[in-house]
Design a protein around this ligand. Sequence first.
Ligand code: IPE
Ligand code: IPE
Ligand code: MG
Length: 250
Amino acid sequence: MDETHYPDPLPRHVAIIMDGNGRWAQQRHRLRLFGHKAGVDSVREAVETAREVGVRYLTLYAFSTENWQRPGLEVKGLMTLLRTYLQAELDTMKKNGVRLQCFGQKDRLPDDVRKMLDKVIAETEHCSRLHLNLCLSYGSRTEMIGAIQEISRKCASGELKPDDIDDHLFSDHLYSTGQPDPDLLIRTSGEQRLSNFLLWQLSYAELYFTDIKWPDFRRDQFLEALEEYAGRQRRFGKTGAQAETTCASS
Ligand code: IPE
Ligand code: IPE
Ligand code: MG
């Protein structure tokens, strides 16, 4: 696909539940970690494709709060892969203008991973071509409860009044503060659920489910999802005719 043929309109923000690594490996009679390794190549390709076509925000669900319950060896393997990925990608991210942020409980990550993560976050802070949000030890309910606690504390201290609370204020207390909500959610591997991912932020996202497992989700599959998004009509509660007028005038 050459530059003039990118899907239009593009979502500003794409969120992806990268699922199916384990089953991909098992189908090949390999250990689950083999699937996670192959999944890292898909992560690289997703970041590169988003940057290439002009998606401005990419949020990747890499490890959930619930994933801590997996066998210790798998969790350890995933953490090692994460550290290696961050180490290997730092220079490329800087060169390509990719700014890394982490959504999730950073303090639950092993020390060495957290240090590497902090380093990449700090060194890419000035980058602005693509905002890459890596969700690590992320859970949407925990995120929202954290926001409620912080807002409650501000109300108790008098810094805020209960009437000040509106959807903007709530959004500003989430990890995604300052960022637009995702326009498109992609989930690979055939599962059709949210698994505690961005429950607030996805309120009006277009949902795209594919049977393709994450290690096989590459540039072409990403572009196909963007193409499908381009054909959707987003109505935000209005009628189709009203939505058409809004699109035409925007
Ligand atoms: C997604 O693949 C990666 C993580 C959740 C860390 P899975 O590991 O969930 O793969 P399946 O769903 O078991 O195939
Ligand atoms: C969701 O996948 C979390 C990530 C992709 C990191 P899971 O594989 O953990 O989700 P469930 O358990 O099938 O809902
Ligand atoms: Mg899974």
